[in-house]
Design a protein around this ligand. Structure first.
Ligand code: ADP
Ligand code: ASP
Ligand code: MG
Length: 403
């Protein structure tokens, strides 16, 4: 049986009118293959639930927090199912517990372990369109977990991988993947194709059009993914597994990430094992650390700096002050107001001078660079958060990425 996964994000199911439009898209998809639908909560709903959970203090119980914030997806799944019934189609909403979406126990950042594809396939065989709640999972204790903001993308790609769908269509509020966030740079250009390698870097560096885990799944299980609009017709952007046939643009896109916190351990006694001594307890808590810099040591002492998202700030601070063993340092400096801008392009491999053009551009704009990290096809620059938008705009124009 040929299947196609259709994932609809928050704005795509943001109102009953939008849900009717989504039902029409699902009906049309039936002509291509058997649709399997994954939905997010209606736009604004997850934020509303998060705010509610925090009304009693800043650190709600993690189990209850996930149980609460996962509910928005159930509402959308049932509403889409009801809307399809009105079109004369049979549909069945399926929650994570119902289709066995097993995850790790890390509440709010749970990772997928397994899912029961037979439940989904049986639903189709019985003549129903499965409408699946994104974002949520169940741990070994039967508790509800969630998979991080944007997690419905990951649910969709994981299902497409499990049932070997012909394609996973990510329907959203933009008509594809752009050279940068079109909300920051209005003349950003839509890409018809993007390589998997570049999409991994863009999503990893904050292009929220797809959650990074979803792109990682697509890469690992070779899922064909397309990003397109649920508001207007169009062919969207295809993420290609191979780069063949693509132009080697020097820079393909720019991603940015605000709301980042920089932790600096100043005056760390420089002995073997300090990096793992500092970072292992952080990663054991399931927190992903980004740009990491360790300075040259002077008189046996060094500075060790890394960044994390603001959402993880409190937990990282607590881990560093309570769980780090055998590391002595003079001072812990925490800067919450930082941002990261990243240039991504496979053409960087064969072109020198990209970094210096980027640094000159930022210098001319009066933007101070705090940290730099590079990979073969990416340059990430840490700057002050209040200059982030300006940095994206000026780099986008310096590399002539716009229309
Ligand atoms: P959904 O609710 O459908 O999951 P998201 O808000 O999570 O939608 O993701 C879509 C948004 O991603 C767009 O509205 C856009 O502002 C943002 N975005 C960031 N970078 C890019 C990019 N390179 N191309 C397209 N959209 C981007
Ligand atoms: N509803 C969740 C969120 O807002 C998951 C998603 O939309 O992908 O992050
Ligand atoms: Mg999203």
């Amino acid at each position: 049986m040929e299947t196609i996964v259709l994932k609809f994000g928050g704005t795509s199911v943001g109102s009953t009118d939008r849900i009717s439009a989504v039902a029409d898209l699902i009906k049309t998809a039936c002509n291509e293959a058997s649709p399997v639908v994954v939905v997010s909560a209606m736009s604004g709903e997850t934020n509303r639930l998060i705010d509610l959970a925090k009304s009693f203090g800043t650190e709600p119980n993690k189990r209850e927090f996930d149980a609460l914030v996962s509910t928005g997806e159930q509402v959308s799944a049932s509403l889409v199912s009801i809307a399809l019934n009105q079109l004369g189609l049979k549909a069945k909403s399926l929650s994570a517990a119902q289709f066995g979406m097993k995850t790790t126990s890390n509440f709010s950042r749970a990772k997928i372990l397994d899912l029961d594809k037979d439940v989904i396939l049986k639903t189709i065989e019985d003549g129903y369109i499965p409408i699946i709640t994104g974002f949520q999972g169940v741990n070994n204790d039967g508790d509800t977990t969630t998979m991080g903001r944007g997690g419905s993308d990951t649910t969709a790609v994981a299902i497409a991988a499990a049932i070997k769908s012909k394609r996973c269509d990510i329907y959203t509020d933009v008509d594809g993947i752009y050279t940068t966030d079109p909300r920051i740079v209005p003349n950003a250009k839509k890409l018809d194709l993007i390589s998997m390698e570049e999409m991994l870097e863009l999503a990893g560096q904050g292009a929220k059009v797809m959650q990074i885990r979803a792109v990682e799944f697509a890469n690992k299980y070779k899922v064909l993914v397309r990003v397109l609009s649920s508001f207007e017709p169009g062919s969207g952007t295809l993420i290609l597994q191979e780069e063949e046939g693509m132009e080697d643009a020097v820079i393909t896109g720019i991603a940015s990430q605000k709301d980042q916190t920089k932790f600096t351990l100043h005056g760390v006694v420089d002995t073997p094992g300090i990096a793992s001594g500092i970072l292992s307890p952080v990663s054991d808590s399931g927190i992903e650390v980004d740009v990491i810099v360790q300075n040259v040591s002077v008189s046996g002492k060094t500075d060790f700096t890394f960044t994390v998202g603001n959402a993880d700030r409190a937990e990282v601070e607590s881990v560093l002050t309570k769980k780090m063993q055998g590391i002595s340092y003079d001072e812990l400096i925490i800067d919450e107001g930082i941002g990261k801008v990243s240039l991504v392009g496979v053409g960087m491999r064969s072109h020198a001078g990209i970094a210096s053009t980027a640094f000159n551009t930022l210098a001319d704009a009066g933007i101070n660079i705090q940290m730099i990290s590079t990979s073969e096809i990416k340059i990430t620059i840490v700057i002050s958060g209040d200059q982030l938008e300006e940095a994206v705009k000026t780099l986008h124009s310096a590399f002539k990425l716009g229309d």
